[in-house]
Design a protein. Structure first.
Length: 206
């Protein structure tokens, strides 16, 4: 029988000796960060990034009794500095792109050399990123659809309270095998971590 998200959180909490975590409120949660400096690193320097434009974190570790069980990891390109039709990964970096990443929690690589493909499906939560609509007041009739994202499901990894985490990534061309330079100026890469979140809640029974 598979463990539920809550069971996994409680299991790790018991191993860490976090006896009060069971009194906290659990719900769906997400954290995100954007790598505008093309360092190939996200979340580690979140405290230096613009809130909430680039990240919704002020630190790369959660408060006491706050945790996130990662169930989906999603990458996107931030299209603020480029044309509307380039606001997705396929158009900004080409469809034969693969993102290879490491997820580090504490000093351990809990996901290593993990590939996420831009090409193929499921490629996006909404659409392929742009469409032609002559009714839109945009040059060429190109209108921006919901932001294109690539994602993987079922990570099932817990980021516990008070432990630093980061994500390191590189871009590769699948056909040539060559590494692709990250464009931090016009097409910076961002990442979301979605899952079951445990939030601080002081309304506990004494």
């Amino acid at each position: 029988m598979a463990l539920s998200a809550q069971d996994k959180i409680m299991y790790v909490a018991n191993k860490l000796g976090l006896s009060t975590l069971k009194d906290m409120q659990g719900s769906t949660g997400a954290v995100y960060d954007i790598d505008r400096t093309a360092t190939g690193v996200m979340f580690a320097n979140a405290s230096q990034h613009a809130f909430p434009g680039d990240t919704n974190l002020n630190s790369n570790r959660f408060e006491v009794n706050e945790a996130l069980l990662i169930e989906t990891i999603a990458f996107f390109v931030d299209g603020q500095g480029i044309s509307a039709w380039l606001g997705n990964l396929n158009q900004a970096y080409a469809g034969n792109l693969v993102i290879v990443f490491d997820l580090i929690i504490g000093n351990k690589k809990v996901m290593k050399d993990t590939p996420v493909w831009v090409a193929g499906q499921p490629g996006t939560f909404a659409s392929t990123g742009f469409y032609t609509d002559t009714t839109q007041a945009i040059t060429g009739g190109v209108a921006l659809a919901p932001r294109h994202q690539i994602f993987m499901e079922g990570a099932g990894i817990l980021i516990p309270p008070q432990v630093e985490f980061e994500l390191n990534y590189k871009l590769y061309n699948v056909q040539s095998g060559a590494e692709v330079a990250i464009d931090g100026d016009t097409a910076p890469i961002g990442c979301y971590l979605y899952g079951t979140k445990v939030n601080l809640n002081f309304n506990t029974t004494l």
